[in-house]
Write a protein that binds this ligand. Structure first.
Ligand code: COA
Length: 390
């Protein structure tokens, strides 16, 4: 039985900052951000969007009534959780009207959360081939104003339906994974901003990639020539390129050219959104699937997932017949086209807005936010959500 990605949706907030403008405001040469880091635009989440609403908006575009009936497991990978106890998945389950006879949980391991969710989903479908699993990867990357991580912030979510006989990509069974206890990036429970040892996290990302790539090749006998493309977790788009370059000499000139050209395409959405943590790898996969015109069914795509702290995994999928017909290229093109640029000053203002923590009531202006699902306010320490279509 084939198991894999049946549908994939994406959402990013309607506001963004131009990285050239951010560079000027931070007294940095724009080329550092656009070439050195590889980012062009950075999505900015208004106060009416959080990890829950971003994920719900991403899922909204892909789920039909049949999916809502068949989904019996919702797994939410995030490191921007809004509650230490209640899972973000339960909110999304309600906002989208999914079958009540479902399990809804949240998973955490930095940017690896959605990959863990996909692997769990695969096991679930193997035991329950008639059911479907909704996997969500949703985050708002916050390092703080004027920090070295600021240029690698971003906001957005991916939503993936995992099923038997998937229409987009069948996941292969062999994969290589690794855990090591390191402090390259973390966010204590009392902080709304991440702490990071940037250079160390870059080094560890490459070291993890190298180890799981070697382990994968040993397990499977595959080599670089077996891959049409390799997609990477992209905290910023230069990062994956650094990792890819470490293995290019294993292939022929044609392999190098193909993998580098496909890497360029696989960063298309990420360079205009920024880091979305758990969803970043899948946003890169989506860029490749939607933006590479001559991508062929039967191609093997490699996926490298990395979550600081750290867990890494290399796994693969095979593109399915007619997979292009099951993508939402036009809706994503409209999503990007309808975004509004904000000045650095406005972004700083939005960044510093916060919700009450004393239980007082606040009503947010959701008319300013074009998203269908929004955070409309808070009362008695509870977040209040609205699906404008229901
Ligand atoms: N033109 C072109 N490139 C330039 C440049 C210019 N004018 N000025 C600098 N650069 C290049 C640097 O050479 C460097 O490239 P390299 O990494 O290929 O050597 C790149 O821009 C970044 O410069 P650097 O001085 O290393 O940036 P930084 O100290 O501000 O930090 C990060 C960069 C990524 C470490 C930082 O943004 C960060 O901590 N981000 C969050 C953590 C993260 O994303 N980790 C990734 C693993 S999960």
């Amino acid at each position: 039985m084939k198991i894999g990605i049946d549908k994939i949706g994406f959402y990013t907030p309607h506001l963004y900052v131009d990285m050239n403008e951010l560079a000027v405001a931070r007294n940095v040469e724009p080329a550092k951000f656009t070439i050195g880091i590889g980012q062009e635009q950075m999505s900015v989440a208004p106060i009416t969007q959080d990890a829950v609403t971003l994920a719900a908006n991403a899922a909204l575009e892909i789920l039909d009534e049949n999916d809502k009936e068949k989904i019996d497991l919702v797994i939410f990978g995030t490191e921007s959780g809004i509650d230490h106890s209640k899972s973000a998945a339960v909110y999304v389950h309600h906002l989208l009207g999914i079958n009540p006879q479902a399990r809804s949980i949240e998973l955490k391991q930095a940017c690896y959360g959605a990959t863990a969710a996909i692997q769990m989903a695969k096991g679930h479908i193997a035991l329950n081939p008639e059911s479907k699993v909704l996997v969500l990867g949703s985050d708002i990357a916050r390092y703080g104003l004027n920090t070295s991580g600021e240029s690698t912030q971003g906001a957005g979510a991916v939503a993936i339906v995992i099923s038997a006989e998937p229409k987009i990509m069948a996941l292969e069974d062999q994969s290589a994974f690794l855990t090591a206890d390191i402090m390259d990036f973390w966010r204590p429970t009392y902080s709304d901003q991440a702490y990071v040892d940037g250079k160390f996290s870059n080094e560890q990302y490459i070291a993890f990639f190298s180890k799981v790539w070697e382990a994968y090749k040993e397990k499977t006998g595959h080599s670089i020539e077996d891959f049409e493309a390799i997609c990477y977790h992209l905290p910023y788009t230069k990062m994956g390129l650094k990792a890819l370059r470490t293995i290019l000499d294993e292939g022929s000139e044609a392999d190098k050219e193909r993998l580098l050209a496909n890497y360029e395409i696989s960063k298309t959405y990420n360079k205009n959104v920024g880091n979305i943590y758990t969803g970043a790898l899948y946003l890169s996969l989506l860029s490749l699937l939607e933006q590479k015109e001559d991508l062929k069914e039967g191609s093997r795509i490699g996926l490298f997932s990395y979550g600081s702290g750290a867990v890494g995994e290399f796994f693969t999928g095979i593109l399915q017949p007619d997979f292009k017909a099951h993508l939402n290229v036009e809706s994503h093109s409209n999503l990007f086209a309808s975004r509004k640029e904000v000045s650095v000053g406005k972004y700083e203002e939005i960044f510093q807005e916060s919700l009450p923590v004393d239980g007082s009531r606040i009503e947010l202006d959701i008319d300013k936010d074009p998203a269908t699902i929004c955070l409309s306010g808070m009362a008695d320490h509870m977040r209040l959500y609205v699906n404008k279509e229901r």
